[in-house]
Design a protein around this ligand. Sequence first.
Ligand code: 5GP
Length: 130
Amino acid sequence: MAYDHENIFAKILRNEAPAARVFEDELSLAFMDVMPQVQGHTLVIPKAPAENIHEIDPEILGHTIQTTQTVAAAVKSAFDAPGIMIAQLNGASAGQTVFHCHVHLIPRRKGDIENPRGGVRGIIPENKDY
Ligand code: 5GP
């Protein structure tokens, strides 16, 4: 499938759609998820067009992961999160809904419950220490 330049993240990158931006450099952008699974759910995207991990340039991917590490530390601090789940989906069959490569940063804490929307979720048992 060819990259769709009208996908919502492409529009955010072009400032044609709003987003709560939290970090930006020349190659990547981080912003808050508009339908957060939990408070603090943040997305990191490369600025270069790429639909998924199979199509992204490896160097751009490396930079996107560096940004993910930086932003994860900020999210952990800002939301006082004991843990952060980092997830990245490829293809509709895997649950991907926006076809511009992106990384989810999802603060996790004991007692989190499964999100009813399905997709990237996990249940953290009450008895597990993080
Ligand atoms: P996926 O399911 O493709 O891995 O994740 C796409 C994510 O993008 C979802 O968590 C969804 O809530 C988020 N999302 C969809 N549309 C928008 C939007 O217009 N703005 C923002 N900030 N996030 C969006």
